[in-house]
Ligand binder design. Structure first.
Ligand SMILES: Cc1cc2nc3c(=O)[nH]c(=O)nc-3n(C[C@H](O)[C@H](O)[C@H](O)COP(=O)(O)OP(=O)(O)OC[C@H]3O[C@@H](n4cnc5c(N)ncnc54)[C@H](O)[C@@H]3O)c2cc1C
Ligand code: SF4
Length: 429
C-alpha cells in the first residue's frame, strides 16, 4: 500500500488521516505530546495572580505545555494547541458551517458537512446550563434586535458539568475534540508519532520524496508517496517556506477583544463558554469569560466568579505572516474600527444590564483562528491543489481559507479536510 504522511493532528490533520487510513498506510506526525487537560484547580492559578506572579502570557506554556502562546508586536496574544488534537482540545466546542467564501470560488462541501453531522454529536440545546446573567444577556441581545442564537456545540452536552474549563481541555470527556478522529484513524491502522516536529519537505523533481524531521541534533528522513500538511494556519506556511515554497502574506487570526464588568456571583467562569452569539457584519458578539485576561490582565479583578464579560470576535484583514519563529501581524485601521464598533455595542448591552460605563474594563487582545496563507482560488476548486505545491503534497487546514471568518472554523476545516482525503484517494486509484 502507498505511504501517506499527515503532519499535525488537529482539526484538519485528524479528519484527513481518518479518511485516508485504509486506502494508504498513514503515519501522523505531531509536534506536541499526548494531550492532557490542564490539571490545576483554577483557584490555585488565581492565587498566583493575587501574588503578582502572573505577568506574561508565555508563562502558560510552563504549566500547560499543550497550549502554545505567541505575541505580535502590538501585544496581541496568539493561542494554539501543541499536542494530540491540536487546537481543537482548547476550543469552546462551537460547530458552525462557514463556507461562504469557499462557495464563492465554486467549492460546495455539503456532502462532507453531512458526513460530519453523522460522525459527531452536535447540539444547540444547552440553555438549561445557562446561568441567570447569561439568560438576562440573551434577553437584552434579543430586545436590541441582535438576533442571538444558541451556538451548536460538538459533544455530549447533556453530561456537561458547567465547570467552565473548556479552553483548558474538557476534564470530563464531554466536549468533542479531534482526538476522537485520531483514535478512529489509528483503529483503521494509522500510526501516530508524537514529539515529532517536521522541519521541511524533501523535494526532488517537483515531487516530495518524504519529509525531514529534526530529532535532537539528528535529521531523519521519512519517505512518503503522499504528504498532507495540516500543521495549522501558523504551522503549515512556515513549513512550506522552509521547503523553498513561497506562501502569501495573507494571515488572518480572528482577533478577540472582551469588554467586562464586575457582577456579583456571575459565575461565568464556571459556565459553558460562548453559549450564544449574535452575528454582525464582520464580527460576532458572545458572552465569554476570558481566562487569559483574568489571569494576566491587571485590569481584571478577583475573584473570577464576580466578572461578566462579552467578546467581540472579528473577521480581520487578510494581511500578515507566520514565520515559524514569530508572527508579523498588525491590525489595520479597518480592523481597529471593527473592534471599536463591536466593543461599543458590548458597552451598550452591559449598559442595558445596568452597568455604568466607567465600571467596564477591556480584556487583552487575543486570537486563535489563524489561516489564509495558502488560499484556495477558483482555479483550485476541483483539484484542491494550489499550483505552488509539489504534485503529491496537499494542505488540509485553515491555511487554505480564502478569507477570514470571524467565526469558529473547526467544522469547515474538517469538511475541507474530508474532501481533500477524497481527492487524494481518487488519485491513488
Ligand atoms: C481558546 C480557543 C477556543 C477556540 N474555540 C473554537 C470553537 O469553539 N470552535 C471552532 O470552530 N474553533 C475554535 N477555535 C479555533 C480552532 O481550535 C482552530 O482554528 C482549529 O483547531 C485549527 O485547526 P487546524 O487543523 O488548522 O490546526 P490545529 O488544530 O492547530 O492543529 C495543528 C497541529 O499541528 C501540529 N504542528 C504544528 N507544526 C508542526 C510541525 N512542524 N510538525 C508536526 N506537527 C506540527 C500542532 O502541534 C497541532 O497539533 C478556538 C481556538 C482557541 C485558541
Ligand atoms: S463546561 Fe462542560 S464541556 Fe466545558 S470543560 Fe466543563 S464539562 Fe467539559
Amino acid at each position: 500500500m502507498r505511504k501517506a504522511i499527515v503532519v499535525g493532528s488537529g482539526a484538519g490533520g485528524a479528519a484527513v488521516a481518518r479518511d485516508l487510513a485504509g486506502a494508504f498506510t498513514v503515519t501522523i506526525l505531531e509536534a506536541g505530546g499526548e494531550f492532557r487537560p490542564f490539571g490545576w484547580p483554577l483557584d490555585r492559578a488565581a492565587g498566583l495572580k493575587r501574588l503578582g506572579l502572573l505577568f506574561n502570557e508565555k508563562e502558560i506554556e510552563i504549566i500547560f505545555p499543550a497550549m502554545r502562546v505567541q505575541k505580535t508586536a502590538e501585544g496581541m496574544v496568539l493561542i494554539s494547541g501543541r499536542a494530540t488534537g491540536g487546537t481543537t482540545t482548547l476550543s469552546c466546542g462551537n460547530a458552525l458551517r462557514q463556507d461562504t467564501a469557499l462557495k464563492t470560488i465554486g467549492i460546495d462541501l455539503s456532502p462532507e458537512f453531512e458526513e460530519l453531522e453523522k460522525d459527531i454529536p452536535v447540539s444547540a440545546d444547552h440553555e438549561r446550563l445557562w446561568r441567570e446573567p447569561t439568560r438576562r444577556l440573551f434577553a437584552v441581545f434579543a430586545d436590541m434586535g441582535l438576533d442571538p442564537r444558541p451556538l451548536p456545540k460538538m459533544g455530549r452536552y447533556e453530561l456537561c458539568r458547567s465547570c467552565g474549563r473548556c479552553v483548558f481541555g474538557c476534564p470530563h470527556g464531554v466536549k468533542w475534540d479531534s482526538r476522537a478522529f485520531l483514535a478512529d484513524a489509528r483503529a483503521r491502522g494509522a500510526g501516530l508519532m508524537t514529539g515529532c516536529r517536521v522541519e521541511k519537505l524533501l523535494i526532488r523533481s517537483g515531487r516530495a520524496e518524504g519529509i525531514i524531521v529534526k530529532e535532537g541534533r539528528h535529521r531523519l528522513v521519512i519517505p512518503a508517496d503522499l504528504v498532507v500538511l495540516a500543521a495549522g494556519g501558523m504551522g503549515t506556511p512556515p513549513l512550506l517556506e522552509r521547503s523553498g515554497i513561497p506562501v502569501e502574506p495573507r494571515l488572518f487570526v480572528d482577533p478577540v477583544l472582551c469588554l467586562a464588568a464586575e457582577w456579583k456571583d456571575a459565575c461565568q467562569d464556571r459556565e459553558l463558554p460562548m453559549p450564544f452569539a449574535a452575528q454582525r457584519n464582520g464580527y460576532i458578539l458572545s458572552p465569554y469569560f476570558d481566562h487569559l485576561s483574568f489571569f494576566f490582565n491587571k485590569n481584571w479583578p478577583t475573584p473570577a466568579g464576580n466578572i461578566l464579560s462579552l467578546m467581540v470576535k472579528l473577521a480581520d484583514s487578510e494581511s500578515g505572516r507566520a514565520t515559524g519563529t514569530g508572527v508579523d501581524k498588525i491590525l489595520t485601521a479597518e480592523d481597529k474600527a471593527g473592534l471599536e464598533e463591536g466593543t461599543a455595542l458590548c458597552a451598550d448591552i452591559l449598559g442595558r444590564m445596568g452597568v455604568p460605563r466607567d465600571r467596564m474594563f477591556f480584556g487583552t487582545l487575543n486570537a486563535g483562528h489563524p489561516g489564509g496563507m495558502i488560499p484556495l482560488t477558483a482555479r483550485d476548486a476541483s483539484s484542491f491543489h494550489p499550483e505552488r505545491l509539489p504534485e503529491n503534497v496537499y494542505v488540509a487546514d485553515a491555511s487554505l481559507f480564502p478569507a477570514s471568518l470571524g467565526n469558529p472554523p473547526i467544522w469547515t476545516i474538517m469538511a475541507l479536510a474530508k474532501r481533500i482525503a477524497k481527492v487524494c484517494k481518487d488519485l491513488n486509484r
